[in-house]
Design a protein around this ligand. Structure first.
Ligand SMILES: Cc1ncc(COP(=O)(O)O)c(C=O)c1O
Length: 366
């Protein structure tokens, strides 16, 4: 049996008619960039996140870069970032010339909030970027209060957490801005690239609208140096179509996650699902604690099951951050996790028989 890590081909086969009709509609009206579909997606995102504004851009990376710029982050400012995340959670900080300050993770995978609070109370920090890793939304209300008390900006990187809920709390509720990615691997992925910033600030919204198109203002005057980071109308319409499917798809992801968890044997720790939260399981990352992660990965591949590692290295170990000469011993949890984590296939199109095969295969080695 072959079980790839993602099956966008299967998703397309299941929804071909709707997707082709979206393309036909946009080709027919011809406004292929920043068309009415983009406005509609932005309204939808604001509705989901109860935010005043949403601004669509061309990637999650640009969304974070623009959020940092529009909130006034400058070269040499210190910005707290996770040590375990995708490179794009930290690279926009480097692009600005600001200084990343890495924090250790918890065994729940996300950054250690207590450590962040300790740092913002004692160091001159300008901003915190908090990543809701793998699709679990962490309640940041206390952190946000602390940030406000210490005059620190809080940005949520919600690239992996579209649709995640924690009690009454939704992405964007407790921060100055939150960012999303619609990269094809994401829960509501574009057939290309896409991202968005969610914010309640009129100023942030206005600055990002200018940044995404050459610094042009409402009077078509080029008032700032900007970029070309427009979202195409087709991608916006496809993302909105996928967002409408999200409740059903998330249900299926949760079902698969629970099935994996209930069959996981010794030597492996499954992700913890907290009461009161809707984890959207963008990734299902197990910890191989007393069995060798790389060996298991290879053995599963021999059986046709593709897994991935999120992430193979702590962010501070990437060569672009060598200049900061980070002391790895300060990050015991991230160091351990990067040797243990293994992401199993999880997507709504995964068949029951395939989930059973992953479970059965894993049980042979644990
Ligand atoms: C946590 C995180 N932040 C940022 C990004 C960047 O998003 P994009 O690939 O849309 O630029 C991604 C995804 O790829 C991500 O997973």
């Amino acid at each position: 049996m072959k079980i790839p890590f993602m099956r966008l081909d299967r998703q397309y086969a299941l929804h071909k008619d709707e997707i082709l009709s979206i393309c036909d509609n946009v080709f027919s009206h011809g406004r292929v960039l920043q068309g009415k579909e983009v406005d509609s997606l932005e309204n939808k995102l604001s509705e989901i996140h109860r935010s005043k504004h949403s601004v669509a851009v061309n990637s999650g990376t640009d969304a974070l870069y623009f959020a940092l710029l529009s909130l006034g982050i400058l070269p040499k400012d210190k910005v707290i970032v996770p040590s375990l995340s995708f490179i794009a959670s930290a690279s926009p900080i480097e692009r600005i010339g600001a200084i990343p300050v890495f924090v250790d993770s918890t065994f729940q995978y996300h950054s250690d909030v207590d450590q962040i609070i300790k740092i913002i109370r004692t160091e001159d920090i300008k901003c915190v970027v908090f990543v809701h890793l793998y699709g679990e939304l962490v309640d940041l209300s206390y952190l946000y209060e602390e940030c406000k008390k210490n005059d620190v900006i809080l940005i949520e990187d919600g690239a992996q957490a579209l649709g995640a809920v924690n009690g009454d709390y939704i992405l964007g509720d407790n921060s100055d801005a939150a960012t999303l990615s619609f990269d094809p691997m994401k829960i509501a992925g574009a057939y290309g690239s896409g991202g968005a910033v969610i914010t309640n600030s009129d100023i942030v919204k206005q600055k990002i609208i200018r940044l995404r198109y050459h610094g042009r203002d409402e009077n078509r005057v080029y008032v700032n140096l900007g970029y070309n980071s427009q979202m195409s109308s087709i991608q916006a319409a496809i993302i909105e179509f996928k967002i409408k499917k999200m409740t059903e798809w998330t249900k299926k992801r949760i079902e698969i996650a629970r099935k994996y968890k209930s069959h996981i044997l010794s030597g492996i720790i499954a992700p913890k699902e907290n009461n009161n939260t809707t984890h959207v399981y963008h990734k299902y990352a197990i910890r191989c604690t007393s069995i060798n992660r790389d060996e298991i990965k290879n053995k599963l591949l021999d059986l046709g099951i593709q897994t991935m590692i999120h992430y193979i290295k702590p962010l501070y170990s990437e060569p672009i951050f060598d200049i900061y000469k980070v002391d790895r011993s300060q990050f015991p949890v991230t160091e351990k996790l990067t040797n243990e984590l293994l992401s199993l296939p999880i997507y709504p199109e995964l068949l029951d028989s395939e989930v059973d095969f992953v479970i059965e295969s894993l049980s042979r080695f644990s």
